[in-house]
Design a protein around this ligand. Structure first.
Ligand code: ZN
Length: 335
């Protein structure tokens, strides 16, 4: 009887002791955080601030960093270096928070939208995973890290959120904002940009028949004189340091490189022109407006060992990268 009692007490004691001896879920790593190998979830990203995001016609209330996951996934290839993805996350966060301070006339009920022509691109986690196929989990975690590790960091100039514009690739030199949009911005000035050798379609050609060129150009500038051979239609181009066309005479009319880019759907303003009697050929370098951070340049810098802060401070002159001050983080559009 006594033996049975001792055995019973021992068993009960063991039942209480075993859980204490084994590592519980909170003891797997210090501070109760899951080990780094375990997968994080996008819906666990929490920044403490939400945005009203217009997606496919519906306004959704989303945490800033959950929204940013979809922006980074849409705006930059996931194969890029982690530091480049972090630079993109901070630039996109800055852009979004700056937009969120004012009422947007195109969508007054939403702080930002997922249309890259209006705000910045966004892709849902489901759609991104579909595009990535077997790389879905790896890419999801990589972008999650880029967003999470930059917390609430933004880019500031003169204690204000900057207009963090970016583009795909430059012609080895970014452009001054004044050259593209007509207004000077102290932190958007041209800098050298190491684009690297793996930019897809870095050099492209756009061919337009002389007839179509004439028709399109005369619609915009009826006063232009486009007669005789096309070789006589173009003056010498004024170029920026990187070779982008600032201004050029076409049929006697001075036009900006940006206007020709729009009229003929060129990938950038870094172009040269060749003519035959029947055809105009634009040879174009890079892709995008050329102002602010170059994404491919950022990736090259990351490969060279530069941090996301180095990258951002290189492309945006005179800025600081810091957690967003509370008064800017919480600022909402005036009612
Ligand atoms: Zn928008």
């Amino acid at each position: 009887m006594r033996k049975i009692l001792v055995t019973a007490v021992t068993l009960v004691l063991l039942l209480f002791l075993i859980p204490l001896l084994l590592p519980g879920p909170d003891k797997a790593s210090p501070q109760g955080t899951p080990p780094p190998s375990s997968a994080q979830k996008i819906e666990d990203l929490s920044s403490g601030r939400t945005l009203r995001v217009l997606l496919d016609g519906t306004v959704r209330e989303m945490d800033v960093n959950q929204y940013l996951w979809g922006v980074v996934a849409a705006e930059m290839p996931a194969s890029f270096e982690l530091e480049a993805l972090k630079a993109q996350a901070v630039a996109a966060r800055t852009y979004a928070m700056q937009r969120a301070q004012w009422t947007n006339q195109s969508h007054p009920d939403a702080d930002i939208c997922g249309d890259h022509r209006c705000c910045q691109a966004y892709i849902s986690p489901e759609k991104a995973a579909q595009n990535w196929g077997s790389k879905a989990e790896e890419n999801t975690q990589k972008i999650l890290r880029a967003v999470q590790e930059t917390g609430t960091e933004v880019i500031l100039y003169d204690s204000k959120l900057i207009s963090a514009v970016f583009h795909s690739s430059s012609a080895s030199q970014t452009l001054d904002a004044v050259q593209v949009w007509g207004n000077s911005v102290p932190y958007l000035v041209g800098v050298k940009s190491p684009e690297g050798d793996d930019v897809p379609n870095y050099h492209t050609e756009a061919k337009i028949s002389a007839q179509d060129f004439k028709k399109t150009f005369l619609t915009a500038h009826a006063e232009a004189v486009l007669e005789g051979a096309p070789s006589g239609w173009f003056g010498e181009a004024e170029r920026s340091a990187g070779g982008s066309v600032s201004r050029i005479l076409v049929g006697g009319v001075p036009v900006k490189g940006t206007e020709l880019r729009t009229l003929f759907s060129l990938r950038s303003t870094a172009f040269s022109i060749e003519t035959t009697d029947s055809e105009i050929t634009f040879r174009v370098t890079g892709f995008g407006h050329g102002v602010g951070m170059s994404q491919y340049g950022a990736n090259t810098m990351a490969k060279e060992g530069k941090s996301y802060r180095d990258i951002l401070c290189w492309y945006y002159t005179g800025v600081t990268v810091a957690p967003c001050p509370a008064e800017l983080w919480n600022k909402k559009p005036p009612n």
